[in-house]
Design a protein around this ligand. Structure first.
Ligand code: ADP
Ligand code: MG
Length: 685
């Protein structure tokens, strides 16, 4: 399929082709990421100044910034400390009062102003007597033909860079807009334009009545009313989401066009005995999800499905059933986990589940390769499961390093997707002959992010917890209360339960400092919990030792585990019912929720104690959400609002596109609309 022909838009021309942009200006604009005419027209104002109404200088306040307009009646530069330090000051008069404006150590400011100049200033008062502002934003008012662009209107105030004057940029954008406005086209999968620039805000839940793109661009720079700004922003955000959804849905369509699905719908030969020996019944949600998965696995295109389910909702069993479908049809399956601990835990589970069924389970991680594999790899360059009966291979991403290719691979399952990142997922998808793909995540992803990050995946949600679980209660305590907390934990250990003690990890990987801290804490915890036995787990513990510590913890030979946030994902020891998290304010809410998911897995009631020294009210409010709810989706939404998408997903690899206008916290309706518009358009083709 040839890509559609795209005519070069005049807006794609470099901004340096415009009159008045020489090398120096072009370099300044480039620093603002403005390279083309389109970039310039989409340069988003930082704020707006209503220059139709001014604040009288007499009414300026210390709490809230305001714009005043006046005439400079005096100015001067004072130097001190032998000329190293300086303060430039002018005095503005608007007839109601005088305002002192000061700039520290910026002596060149003197050049920009002269007594008699009319000036706008924007800022808060630093002192009330005499009225003084420090480093206010200013703009000298000049007469002439173009003054209407800058005064007696709502004026845009742009992000700038050194040497680029606000007034010049505003005039430049105005002129460019005059010339190119008619060339601003609706996007390829655009919204039917509704005409006029003055439109009502879209009704809630209804079809938004948004302006044309050209009108929106004008309104974002030169709105007639402040309310227009949000209308315009929404329109331009919608276009961004449309572009993103188009790319994702196109990728999906192309993928489907060139890939045929392997028949992996299964026949229940293995599934039936598996479910019979499981010891519990699947929840309704698990059964529903499996029905969706089976339809995909038996369908015409390879499955591309995201499975979301809160911690403890039982995703592993769903993964097992999915693997069995592929195995029943004579295909191999692979399961990929983010850490070795998790890979090993899965390995043990699946071995227990699958070997009675005659299915071979293999473990392959960075440090652990089965002896058979070692032997085989000596005789053949690539893995040769060719001759073996169908099997499930479990590993970390090391599983997918070059040279390792599973023959007859029908299914790839990725557990805890957010630890991998989108790029890695893509890499997997390209490998081999398009196996079915099931991506599982326990981070409840707010809908906006889900639709943005996983727009090319179908989504299933397990929205029901298995029954018979004890409740998890969460408490916030200050460090002074620690002695009492240790006493409480000792009581629980004496009653036969086990505990986690978690220290924050600042980086994605444990650093030497984190390890020093956690190792030192081990002694304290040992003392606090004596005579119970305490183990240690962090990112630098050798694999073999890690395995033996986990085995000892699982067997209750160790009663408490001191760990970094390494245990965050997936670890499953139902007898562990207490979790103490130190410096809890340093974690994101989503991460705390993941950690807390390690307890509450058995029939006993569980307790999560968050220790926080935070005096900071925001941090306290944030932690309070943990006390109030166990609902992962609510927590993720709150985390998204408080910390933004990058932090929620992890700094390293959020894989999020940058939006100029789109807002992943608030624009769910637009993201949905974009998705539907694009889908409808694809269907028409
Ligand atoms: P997660 O979704 O966090 O990966 P797991 O798959 O680890 O959750 O499941 C958590 C625990 O719940 C496991 O011990 C698992 O055996 C158990 N479990 C899963 N499904 C059910 C069910 N339908 N009924 C009872 N227990 C279940
Ligand atoms: Mg899991």
């Amino acid at each position: 399929m040839a890509p559609p022909e795209i005519k070069a838009s005049p807006l794609a021309a470099p901004v340096s082709s415009l009159w008045g942009v020489g090398g120096e200006r072009a370099a300044q604009l480039a620093r603002l990421d403005i390279h083309t005419i389109e970039d310039l027209l989409l340069h988003r104002p930082r704020r707006y100044e209503d220059r139709r109404h001014f604040r009288a200088i007499a009414e300026l306040s210390r709490d809230e910034p305001g714009t005043a307009r006046g005439t400079i009646v005096a100015q001067g530069l004072k130097r001190f400390r032998g000329g190293n330090k300086s303060v430039f000051e002018f005095v503005l008069d608007d007839g109601t009062a005088r305002l002192h404006c000061r700039w520290w150590n910026l002596p060149f400011m003197e050049k920009y102003f002269a007594v008699g100049d009319e000036v706008f200033v924007f800022g808060k008062l630093a002192e009330a007597k005499p009225r003084t502002m420090d480093h206010p934003e200013t703009e000298v008012i000049e007469g002439g033909e173009e003054s209407f662009i800058h005064i007696n209107r709502i004026a845009p105030v742009y992000p700038l860079t050194e040497g680029l004057p606000q007034r010049w940029l505003r005039g430049f954008i105005w002129r460019t807009l005059e010339r190119f406005e008619s060339q601003i086209a609706e996007p390829a999968f655009g919204v039917p334009p509704s005409g006029g620039s003055r439109v009502a805000a879209p009704p809630k839940g209804g079809t938004p009545n948004l302006p044309t793109r050209a009108n929106a661009v004008r309104m974002i720079h030169f709105p007639e009313e402040l309310a227009d700004v949000e209308i315009a922003r929404r329109r331009l955000a919608l276009d961004e989401f449309i572009a993103l959804q188009s790319a994702m849905q196109l990728r999906r369509k192309n993928f489907e066009a060139r890939s045929r699905a392997l028949p992996c719908g299964g026949n229940n030969r293995l599934m039936k005995p598996f479910l019979a020996q499981l010891g519990f019944k699947l929840t309704g949600a698990q059964t529903n999800v499996l029905r969706e998965i089976r339809a995909d696995m038996g369908g015409a295109h390879p499955m591309r499905r995201l499975l979301q389910g809160d911690v403890g909702s039982g995703k592993t069993v769903v993964a097992a059933c999915t693997a069995l479908m592929a195995l029943e049809n004579g295909f191999n399956a692979a399961l990929m986990a983010p850490t070795e601990i998790l890979a090993e835990q899965h390995f043990r589970n699946f071995q227990k589940w699958f070997e009675p069924l005659g299915v071979k389970v293999e473990l392959q991680t960075g440090s652990h390769r089965s002896r058979e594999q070692e032997a085989r790899s000596k005789t053949r360059p690539t893995n040769s499961l060719l001759l073996a009966p169908c099997s499930l291979t479990i590993g970390t991403h090391a599983l997918f390093t070059a040279g390792f290719d599973l023959p007859k691979l029908g299914l790839v399952i990725i557990d805890e997707q957010h630890k991998f990142g989108v790029a890695q997922r893509e890499q997997l998808v390209r490998k081999g002959n398009y196996p079915h793909l099931l991506v599982m995540t326990a981070t409840p992803i707010p809908r906006t992010l889900g639709l943005t990050l996983y727009g090319d995946l179908d989504v299933s949600v397990i929205d029901e917890m298995p029954g018979g679980r004890g409740r998890v209660k969460t408490f916030i305590r200050t460090a002074e209360k620690l002695p009492k907390v240790w006493e409480f934990i000792r009581g629980k250990l004496a009653a036969g339960r086990q505990a986690y003690v978690v220290y924050p990890r600042v980086e994605e990987q444990d650093t030497a400092n984190d390890i020093k801290a956690v190792t030192k804490e081990l002694e304290n915890v040992q003392r606090a919990l004596a005579p119970f036995r305490v183990g240690l787990l962090h990112g630098r513990v050798k694999s073999a030792e890690k395995e033996s510590v986990m085995a000892a913890f699982r067997a209750n030979q160790i009663q408490a585990l001191v760990a970094t946030a390494l245990i965050e994902v997936g670890v499953d020891v139902p007898n562990a019912t207490v979790m103490l998290i130190e410096n809890a304010e340093r974690f994101g809410l989503a991460q705390l929720h993941q950690l807390r998911g390690r307890i509450g897995r058995g029939a006993h009631e569980s307790q999560c104690i968050l220790i926080s020294g935070a005096k900071n009210e925001d941090a306290r409010q944030r932690l309070k959400i943990m006390e109030e709810t166990n609902d992962g989706f609510k927590i993720a939404e709150a985390d998204l609002k408080l910390r933004g998408p990058g932090e929620l997903l992890g700094r390293q690899q959020s894989g999020l596109p940058a939006f100029r206008f789109g807002n992943l916290v608030d624009d769910l309706d637009l993201i949905r609309q974009a998705r539907e518009l694009v889908a409808r358009n694809f269907d028409r083709k």
